[in-house]
Design a protein around this ligand. Structure first.
Ligand code: XMP
Length: 510
């Protein structure tokens, strides 16, 4: 792998993603990992990420200079660039002058920057600068605030840049990363969906042998792709369970039952437990309580299904659709505040007595999608927008009941249909429609007064759901959705648009 050493900035994941986009496998490791342990992973190259603003800062993470006693190619970015310069005998100046944001880079050539525009917009975020490059390195670019903004030593396969090539604001940033990986480090771009599938299939086969495996399908992309991958590996030894709790969107249960099975031929057990869920949710308005009830009932249902199946075929393994960001984030263990208790099929209890198979554990969402496509899953499944585990239960503000769910399902379907018709499915990350079930407002329809409920449209754009912005959908589209909902959905007489970013708002309303 290419190791991305995380110096504590939010950029390490982004770097790892960009390296994968260049079709090279990458892994994030903490800066505290001893060099010997990094080398034990037989890295094809090591990338030092950005980090705190100054290498002089008390408690600033240090770089073990022993790394450079080995001949592994190294690329330093921002803080990693400075740490590298310092470790190799260059000088980092505590200038106090800062550069933030878009800066013009004066390019002077070099393997990394050759033939790129002489004035290149790049994204900067630094206080200190490298003043003198280490021996053997050629300086290939500068900016007003950074006399040494890029350097390289092709003989030792080492290079570094003061700016952030991984962010979209750095034009040609991806090109630079590719040049480091392919040309300077000499790595072949072999990380393709086909290879990932091959590796995983072989791995799953060797782990599972002739044992039986169970997978909870949620209707979401991750569990669908995880199951398809496992099924590709072990076929008939896999059984999927789908819990239909009545909080799904229109057509969703059918999609799993028909499209998914048609595409994969997987053995599917569907548990219809709407009454059970709605019974427990009756009268509950508190969002956290709703989440807890839904999570608990989900587990109960799943456990019951697992027990029934186990009696007939002894189950040893459970598939979970855990993704790489979850792994990195839980490894980070920063104890961030619990904003919402997320309920996932991933949140199944440990005492389920199964061993886990997590075939997506090393993958990012976009990789999961390409693998799904390569496995032959239809776009309707692979390109779906994320949908929360607690479903429409947390999109009804107020108590959840069948009638309210029906109203919301109709409105939600209209919003989805119109978004698709406008060809904008892929330009929004998610498009929740939220029913304000305890709010009423006065309206007029025909000659009559109405006293109905509002729905909120909440289209957002995002890269990873950690932050988001409200999507600037065309007014005509919003108008059409609004007209259709108020005309076609009895009980709804007002449509409003949520124009809050995240933060401060979350994507879902509960
Ligand atoms: P928020 O509302 O926290 O949502 O900004 C971030 C992303 O997570 C989804 N979400 C959930 N997904 N179980 C899930 O599987 C949950 O309990 C849950 N709550 C929110 C939300 O749809 C968005 O994509």
């Amino acid at each position: 792998p290419v190791l991305v050493v995380d110096f504590g900035a939010q950029y390490a994941q982004l770097i790892a993603r960009r390296v994968r986009e260049a079709r090279v496998y990458s892994e994030i490791v903490p800066h505290s990992m001893p060099v010997a342990e990094m080398l034990a992973k037989d890295p094809a190259a090591i990338i030092l990420s950005g980090g705190p603003s100054s290498v002089y800062e008390p408690g600033a993470p240090t770089l073990d200079a022993g790394l450079f006693a080995h001949d592994v190619p190294v690329f330093g970015i921002c803080y990693g660039f400075q740490a590298m310069a310092q470790a190799l005998g260059g000088t980092v100046a505590h200038t106090g002058s800062r550069e933030y944001g878009r800066t013009l880079l004066s390019v002077e050539g070099g393997a990394l920057l050759r033939e790129l525009p002489a004035d290149l917009p790049v994204w900067m975020s630094h206080g200190d600068s490298v003043a003198v490059a280490p021996d053997g390195f050629t300086v290939t670019a500068s900016t007003p605030g950074a006399p040494v903004a890029a350097f390289e030593d092709l003989a030792s396969k080492r290079a570094g840049v003061q700016f952030h090539p991984e962010v979209a604001h750095t034009e040609q940033g991806q090109e630079m990363l590719k040049r480091f990986l392919y040309e300077i480090a000499g790595i072949e771009p072999t990380w393709t969906p086909g290879n990932i599938i091959e590796d995983q299939v072989a791995h799953i086969r060797s782990v599972v042998g002739d044992k039986q495996v169970l997978c909870a399908l949620s209707g979401g992309v991750d569990s669908a792709v995880a199951a398809a991958l496992v099924q590709r590996a072990i076929g008939d030894q896999l059984t999927c369970v789908f819990v239909d709790h009545g909080l799904l969107r229109s057509g969703e249960a059918e999609q799993v039952e028909k499209d998914y099975v048609a595409a994969t031929g997987v053995r599917l057990v569907v548990k219809n437990v709407e009454d059970q869920f709605l019974g427990h949710l009756a009268g509950v308005t508190d969002p956290e309580q709703k989440r807890k009830i839904i999570g608990r009932e989900f587990i109960r249902t799943f456990e019951a299904a697992a027990r029934e199946l186990d009696a007939e075929r002894h189950i040893e393994f459970l598939v979970q659709g855990t993704l790489y960001p979850d792994v990195v984030e839980s490894g980070g263990g920063t104890g961030t505040a619990n904003i919402k208790s997320h309920h996932n099929v991933g949140g199944l209890p440990d005492d389920l007595q199964f061993s886990l198979i997590e075939p997506l554990r090393t993958l990012f969402k976009d990789e999961v999608r390409s693998i799904g496509t390569a496995l032959g899953l239809p776009d309707e499944i692979v390109q779906r927008q994320p949908f929360p585990g607690p479903g429409l239960g947390i999109r009804i503000i107020g108590a959840v009941d069948r009638e309210r769910l029906d109203i919301l399902r109709q409105a939600d379907l209209i919003a989805r249909e119109e978004l698709t018709a406008a060809g904008l499915d892929r330009s929004v990350w998610q498009f929740p429609v939220v029913l304000l079930a305890d709010v009423r407002s006065v309206g007029v329809q025909g000659d009559g007064r109405t006293y109905g409920h509002p729905v909120v449209l909440r289209p957002v754009s995002s890269e990873d759901a950690m932050t988001a912005d409200w999507s600037r959908l065309p007014y005509d589209l919003i108008a059409k959705i609004s007209n259709r909902i108020t005309n076609e959905v009895r009980e709804i007489n007002r449509v409003v648009l949520d124009v809050t970013s995240k933060p401060p708002g979350t994507i879902e309303w509960e």
